[in-house]
Design a protein around this ligand. Structure first.
Ligand code: AMP
Length: 359
């Protein structure tokens, strides 16, 4: 069990991005302070937090000083080196823990874990060299997707292997030694469920939402997903099962495909608040960020009931320039991340538009 931390305690957050920023804002509302650990200067999370340590994730002395300065630690970025998390955890508890992070950082470990706990995924094969890729290609068939096993995000380090594609050059193009080959899922839509689990094993989830991507980056989330009730129930049940089996203490985004025959296949796990859960800030009794704060501070989980349906649109790159128009729109809830520089593909903010609850 986590001990209950009273308001005014300090939550350390590894990572300085917008997820850390929104976690810190939720923490502030409940009277907690945040201390951000991030290598970048002027990070979105640091701008709204009481303290910052600006240091690299392999700076042992800085990690130890950070761990001693805070009461509990969480993370907002899943590629924090596991060694850094272990080092901090020797001094101050980190939620979610290094073991969960280790699985989620590696697509092969992730898929192996999922299948071991009877969660359906695309067919897949581990690929560390050309011979293994040839064997995987023969077993899975085409089209397939070759992805680097680690540090890939938003479609980076991925190549679709269609008929006519040379395996050697596909492997080369991922830029990675360690890959996973997955059968290409012919999905009707992509959905996700945000699930939260406390140290006492209490689990809460929000309804499944539909995610639409543009150039591999999440563009729009529709809450709830317009799928058959049985599909939505299966998705939520799967996410809760994953959270329990992996031993999550924290919040996790579970990304899934819905197939033409209404099966739900898990694609990816993100052991932190997730972009497809941003709508919960404006449409639910408790947001994914507040839930994370509650969990790491040992408080009871909050109700996840929604008072509205919602559509969340990411503001990517120069889409941010529409902010004055969005501000003028009745009912549009604008969230900007304080990033000084606009770059193509960079998530600059999001807008949530609430609609009347349908069910
Ligand atoms: P990922 O980096 O695994 O989240 O993949 C990024 C996007 O690529 C997903 O959101 C899907 O749109 C697509 N994708 C990834 N893996 C598959 C797959 N096995 N079958 C079909 N589409 C995929």
């Amino acid at each position: 069990m986590t001990r209950r931390l009273p308001p005014n305690s300090t939550i350390g957050i590894l990572g300085g991005g917008q997820l850390g920023r929104m976690t810190a804002m939720a923490a502030a509302r409940l009277g907690y302070r945040c201390h951000i650990y991030a290598p970048e200067d002027d990070s979105p999370a640091a701008q709204v937090s009481a303290q910052t340590t600006r240091a690299a994730y392999d700076d042992a002395a800085a990690l130890e000083a950070f761990a001693r300065a805070v009461d509990v630690v969480t993370l907002e970025f899943e590629n924090i080196p596991v060694d850094a998390v272990r080092r901090v955890n020797e001094i101050t508890p980190v939620y979610p823990g290094a073991d969960v992070l280790e699985i989620c950082q590696d697509r092969v470990l992730e898929k192996r874990f999922l299948n071991r706990v009877d969660v359906a995924t695309a067919t897949w094969a581990e690929v560390s060299n050309l011979a293994e890729l040839e064997r995987g290609d023969a077993a899975i068939g085409r089209p397939a997707v070759l992805k680097c096993a680690r540090f890939g995000y938003d479609g980076k380090g991925q190549v679709t292997v269609r008929s006519g594609v040379g395996l050697a050059e596909a492997l080369e193009s991922t830029g990675s030694e360690r890959c996973i080959l997955e059968g290409l899922v012919d999905f009707v839509c992509e959905i996700s469920v945000i699930v939260a689990r406390g140290a006492d094993g209490a689990v809460a989830s929000w309804p499944a939402v539909e995610n639409r991507h543009v150039r591999h980056i999440l563009d729009t989330t529709i809450a709830p997903a317009q799928v058959a009730p049985a599909v939505a129930a299966q998705a939520e049940e799967t996410a809760r099962h994953v959270a329990a089996e992996i031993g999550l203490v924290g919040v996790m985004g579970v990304e899934m495909f819905v197939t033409r025959d209404d099966r739900v296949l898990v694609n990816e796990l993100a052991p932190r608040p997730h972009n497809s859960g941003h709508w919960t800030i404006d449409a639910c009794a408790t947001s994914q960020f507040e839930q994370l704060v509650r969990i790491v501070c040992g408080l009871p989980l909050g109700a996840t009931a929604r008072h509205s349906d919602a559509v969340m649109k990411n503001l990517i790159g120069d889409e941010i320039d529409a902010w004055p128009r969005i501000l003028a729109e009745p009912g549009a809830r604008l969230h900007l991340y304080g990033k000084a520089e606009t770059r193509p593909g960079r998530k600059m903010g999001h807008v949530t538009r609430l609609t009347r609850l349908k069910s």
